[in-house]
Design a protein around this ligand. Structure first.
Ligand code: ARG
Length: 405
């Protein structure tokens, strides 16, 4: 077996990555640096406990790194400006966090002179791809180890047995029937009964949101202000980006907003049934899109639909650290220079509906749009315009008809 001296492991404090500390240490006789990223996940016991547990399990150094601000400014807000949802539905919370965590792990590996990085992903998911592609893009000389893909444990119970035998503290929480991953931008839920795509997700499969049918009977109206494509104010009050997202997650969750239930195409070739809760993402993306409808010219707006789809694939496929993503950001930033203004959103029983929009850059001209006497639209130009617009279609139909008769 190749000699490895120091490994930086993506560590969450959960069973898999706790067992991985000990397993890697024994297998390679290597020093383990456990790296735990705080991207706003809410399912953590306490950061102090995770840190303590990491040291107890045998890590030589445990990092608890608060990445929330960087996550929002450098990843989430780029995704907002790009308007991305994978396959039109999934706002990509999990997918967006991976390239950031990978980048930080590479930095730590360089700082400590580590020769390998490791993660706790299975061999069936997208996350392993996102980590490993990012590691290779940023530091191709690092060796990559994926313990869960290769170790001897077949079941969770075998891992628990191993943990007990090696005095690894296992949190005594009841095992969830689901596999979940969360951060500021949303929570991803899979496995258990959800594997049957015909089965409606039971109430306990949702962690953040009130069921729409149990949400308040009164709608709530909020106003989000954007500056160059980025949400900056809620109801006229400026918030720092992390707080703004947390606030919108709370308000949206109360109204049952942001549930997604879908069958998606994983990069590794399978379809899988996943559910998501992403209240803030749903509200912000919806509001942002409506502001673009108001402020972008038709050609840019339509062209950007294609860019959004491509961008969402790049994020989902683990290609964040790629020249194409950066090039698309440059294009998108150019388009966002006019995406400034206010959007009024109505939250009601599972829905976030845009009901108003205004902006100094609005390209909506009442004098051109109106049907009343203030109308300045030149109706007489319509006739000639339509003749020429329809000319190719007229000619092609005539030609085809004459050949086929
Ligand atoms: N399917 C989603 C994605 O590929 C979510 C994966 C979430 N991971 C988890 N352990 N539940 O981004």
């Amino acid at each position: 077996m190749e000699k490895i001296n120091k490994i930086v492991l993506a560590y969450s404090g959960g069973l898999d990555t706790s067992v991985a500390i000990k397993w890697l240490k024994d297998k390679y006789g290597a020093e383990i640096i456990a790296y735990c990223a705080n991207v706003g996940q809410e399912d953590v016991e306490s950061w102090d406990q995770i840190e303590e547990k990491g040291y107890k399990t045998g890590a030589s150094k445990v990092y608890i790194d608060n990445l929330q601000e960087e996550f929002v400014n450098e990843y989430i807000f780029k995704a907002v400006k790009a308007g991305v949802k994978y396959e039109g539905k999934y706002p990509l919370a999990t997918a967006l966090s991976r390239p950031l965590i990978s980048k930080k792990m590479v930095d730590i590996a360089r700082k400590h002179g580590a020769d390998a990085v490791a993660h706790g992903c299975t061999g069936k998911g997208n996350d392993q791809v996102r980590f490993e592609v990012s590691f290779r893009a940023l530091e191709p000389d690092l060796k990559i180890i994926a313990p869960v893909r290769v170790w001897e444990f077949k079941t969770r119970n075998e891992e628990i047995e191993y943990a007990k035998a090696h005095n690894i503290p296992v949190t005594a929480t009841k095992e969830s029937p689901y596999s979940i991953d969360s951060n500021l931008w949303g929570i991803s839920i899979e496995c258990g009964v959800l594997e049957d795509p015909w089965c409606e997700p039971p109430a306990d499969a949702y962690f953040w949101t009130t069921a729409p049918e149990e949400a308040p009977a009164e709608p709530e109206y909020i106003t989000i202000s954007f500056e160059e494509g980025i949400p900056v104010k809620l109801d006229g009050v400026a918030h720092n980006p992390v707080e703004l997202i947390k606030k919108l997650n709370k308000i949206g969750a109360k109204h049952g907003v942001g549930r997604v239930d879908m069958v998606e195409n994983r990069l590794v070739g399978i379809k899988s049934r996943e559910i998501y809760e992403a209240p803030a993402a749903t509200i912000i993306l919806e509001a942002h899109q409506h502001l673009e409808d108001l402020n972008l010219d038709r050609e840019t707006l339509h062209f950007k639909y294609g860019i959004s789809q491509k961008y969402s694939e790049l994020v989902y496929y683990g290609l964040w650290h790629s020249p194409l993503r950066e090039a698309l950001d440059a294009f998108i930033d150019e388009t966002q220079k006019v995406v400034t203004g206010d959007v009024r959103v109505k939250l009601y029983r599972g829905k976030a509906t845009v009901v108003g929009r205004k902006s100094p850059y609005s390209q909506y001209q009442i004098k051109l749009a109106t049907y009343d006497e203030d109308d300045i639209f030149d109706h007489s130009s319509a006739e000639g315009f339509i003749k020429l617009w329809g000319l190719p279609t007229q000619v092609s139909n005539q030609v085809i008809k004459s050949v086929r008769k």
